[in-house]
Design a protein around this ligand. Structure first.
Ligand code: SF4
Length: 365
């Protein structure tokens, strides 16, 4: 059971649904009370027991004495010309200035109505994996987020989406700060909460968890029969190139990734998405495209080619448009399903970790 509170009170948002039910049972409450409290926490988003109006006054007072509802606080918001909104949240650690980011990425129909509202959430404060192109990787890891802190990001942005666009969010991607599968239990718990009918009720098929390729956890997702989509941040098509930009490749190389991916597909029959940042003169040649095609054929898969948001102090730069065209043609020639993802929010520090670093999210980074 994860908790961030320093008081002796139980933080209800650090409890999974099962743990919340157990907590209520211990208070001698009937099981529907746990559902009511869950709904107040995750559908109505209250921060105060007094707002739980279908609970008796005595029960509200009792909860007030023994429990808390911790929520992270939005402290900054930047909106891009393309509609992307980046949020900075402050966590509640005493004497620490931990901050994490989340992003709302809207897609619009021609008439300006929102078609898709995707939320990208953070799973850790910083990250231990040190990918050379990533702003978050420069911080080191400070701590995992609790599932409650992950759900808070989604809930806050969902409320804003309903107000701004008149509809709830449509997709969630775990691709913000941190390596999601390095915080396995919290990301799985948070996804279960977000997809619960008594919460935001998003379909698990609209949840995507990304990883740099933690093979043990990829297999764990398969064993646990989780219904989310899996995206692998590949970014280089050979061990030689991956070693240069992603330290994880030293212990989990492409051969071990292939084994994990095949294990995952055999157990779930769910296709994989590969994320591939295109860097100028590093991984954008026709040979790179052919090497990538071999990986994409391990199991049924597709590739998102992402145009990199340049990060200050990082040598790798965004690929040129003409190289992108040749790269895409070579992928198509090799029967690869590939989509180009244009950078969003270029004008607002939208690369993962950029805003938190600029705002000194944790002193001493
Ligand atoms: Fe960590 Fe992901 Fe950044 Fe790599 S890309 S350093 S895994 S947050």
């Amino acid at each position: 059971m994860q908790t961030t509170t320093t008081s002796t009170k139980t933080d209800l948002k650090a409890l999974s649904k099962k743990e919340l039910t157990h907590f209520c049972e211990e208070l001698g409450l009937q099981s529907f009370r746990a559902d009511q409290i869950f709904q107040w926490l995750y559908q109505k988003g209250v921060s105060n027991f007094d707002e739980m109006t279908n609970l008796s006054k005595d029960l509200r007072e009792k909860l007030h004495d023994i429990a808390t509802i911790n929520r992270i606080k939005p402290v900054q918001q930047q909106e891009s010309k393309d509609g992307t909104i980046k949020f900075l949240f402050k966590l509640n650690d005493p004497e620490k200035d931990y901050k994490v980011e989340a992003v709302l990425i809207p897609d619009f129909f021609a008439d300006g109505v929102a078609r898709r509202l995707t939320v990208c959430v953070s799973s850790q404060v910083g990250c231990v994996f040190g990918c050379s192109f990533c702003a978050t990787g420069k911080m080191g890891l400070f701590r995992n987020l609790t599932h409650g802190e992950i759900v808070d990001q989604v809930q806050y942005i969902n409320d804003l989406a309903e107000e701004k666009y008149g509809k709830k969010i449509t997709n969630i991607v775990y691709m913000g700060m941190g390596e999601p599968l390095h915080n396995y239990k919290a990301i799985v718990n948070s996804a279960h909460i977000i997809t619960d009918p008594l919460s935001i009720d998003l379909s698990p098929k609209r949840v995507t968890v990304s990883t740099v390729g933690l093979t043990k956890q990829i297999k764990q997702l398969a064993d646990d029969q989780e219904e989310f989509n899996l995206a692998i941040s590949l970014h280089a098509p050979t061990d030689e190139k991956r070693d240069k930009i992603m330290p994880i490749n030293a212990s989990m190389n492409l051969e071990s990734l292939e084994e994990a991916v095949k294990y995952y597909y055999k157990a779930t029959e769910r296709p994989i998405t590969y994320e591939y940042l295109l860097f100028d003169n590093f991984n954008d040649s026709k040979q790179d495209a052919r090497d990538l095609a071999k990986i994409v054929k391990w199991v049924p898969s597709k590739v998102n080619i992402i145009m990199y948001n340049n990060v200050a102090g990082v040598e790798l730069k965004r690929a040129r448009e003409e190289r992108l065209d040749d790269f895409m043609r070579e992928l198509i020639r090799n029967d690869v399903r590939a989509t180009v993802r244009r950078s969003r929010g270029d004008d607002i520090d939208a690369g993962c970790g950029q805003l938190a670093i600029r705002e000194g999210g944790e002193k001493g980074k």
